[in-house]
Design a protein around this ligand. Structure first.
Ligand SMILES: [Zn+2]
Length: 169
């Protein structure tokens, strides 16, 4: 993929936002099924994307920031070299919300630990390639996440100051 391709696609409208009035959340049951079956386009992600889009920011969705790191980020700003991950509280082991199930707890514990280890590894790989990585939890306020993103992509002294604290894994 060339830089030109990346730039072009950043100027296209977010496909989910474009169709959202019609197909997304047409019924609570449909939405629940979609959320259960798809790891992308989760509700917190869409809330953040909606805010970014309204602020005129353009980005790529669910793409690899760099080809050598075999992992996609949820929201990618190619030119600003910013990769955003909005991590699900359960699958990524949020200290506030992750509750291990009672059955198969050993299995789930090691699975979540592997996920966290992969998160750390991907973050380190991207950072060592010169990328900025923002990892947010899905429980965080989407407006605050969007402001953090905008401050990183488009530095502006008029934006409210929200300290960006790196994830303490
Ligand atoms: Zn959480």
């Amino acid at each position: 993929m060339t830089d030109t391709d990346a730039t072009d696609s950043e100027h296209h409208a977010d496909p989910v936002l474009r169709q959202s009035q019609h197909s997304w959340a047409s019924s609570p049951a449909t939405r629940a099924a979609m959320q259960a079956n798809r790891r992308r386009d989760t509700q917190p992600e869409i809330a953040v994307r909606r805010l970014l889009h309204a602020r005129g920011l353009r980005y790529r969705v669910d793409t690899r920031p760099i080809p050598t790191v075999r992992h996609t980020a949820d929201i990618v700003f190619t030119k600003a070299r910013l990769a955003v991950f909005i991590d699900g509280c359960w699958w990524h082991g949020c200290p506030q919300h992750h509750r291990p199930p009672r059955s198969n707890s050993g299995y789930w514990h090691s699975k979540i630990e592997r996920n966290r280890e992969r998160d750390r590894r991907v973050t380190a790989q991207l950072e060592s390639a010169g990328w900025c990585v923002l990892r947010a939890w899905e429980h965080q306020d989407s407006a605050e996440i969007a402001v953090q993103i905008e401050r990183l992509v488009r530095p502006n002294p008029n934006l409210p100051s929200i300290p960006y604290s790196k994830r303490d894994y």
